[in-house]
Design a protein around this ligand. Structure first.
Ligand code: VNL
Length: 166
């Protein structure tokens, strides 16, 4: 592994570009889902979305050909999906960063870093042992048309957990 993997945690630019440098090839992105769905209560609160209102929700994993490093969930209020931002609704295997860090308009309002307590549903979803706390980043981006949230969970195979092996 080349370079400092811990930098993944605090990178404010493109994680795809940083991963590409770390593994020496373009990482693989799998789009798990992308479409209209209900945000969680916390997401609703962070984005000021009414109860029972839909948002656009995208979930992906990214990693090498055989290891998943990252799970990311993006929540975009429908009101934000206007103008230029409409492109964010149909990204499939293209990383969102291509648009967010491209020529566009997105600014990161804040980034929260925490260790997930070991009983959260997404850990169950990935079959992750309950005693393995995972690093999570939550960022709010502001676009010309409104806000959006990206939550990123660094999965157990991500090299940030075994920096001694470098
Ligand atoms: C996406 C979201 C990709 C967050 C990411 O890194 C990420 C995406 C590659 O949904 O495409 O950190």
């Amino acid at each position: 592994m080349k370079g400092n993997c811990l930098a993944l945690l605090t990178e404010t630019g493109s994680l795809t570009d940083l991963m590409t440098r770390l593994i020496g090839q373009v990482p693989r992105l799998s789009c798990l889902s992308e479409g209209k769905d209900y945000p969680s209560p916390l997401e609703r609160q962070m984005l000021n979305i009414e109860p029972r209102a839909y948002a656009h929700i995208r979930e992906i994993t990214m990693g090498t050909s055989d290891k998943q490093w990252l799970f990311a969930r993006t929540v975009i209020p429908l009101a934000t999906l206007r103008g230029n931002a409409k492109r964010l609704a149909r990204m499939d295997k293209t990383p969102l960063g291509k648009i967010l860090f491209g020529r566009t308009y997105a600014t990161r309002k804040n980034m929260q870093l925490d260790l997930m307590t070991p009983d959260q549903p997404s850990q169950v979803k990935f079959g992750i042992p309950q005693d393995f706390p995972l690093w999570r980043r939550r960022s709010i981006f502001e676009l010309a048309s409104g806000p959006m949230i990206i939550s990123e969970i660094f999965l157990p195979d991500c090299p940030i957990y075994c920096i001694a092996d470098e």
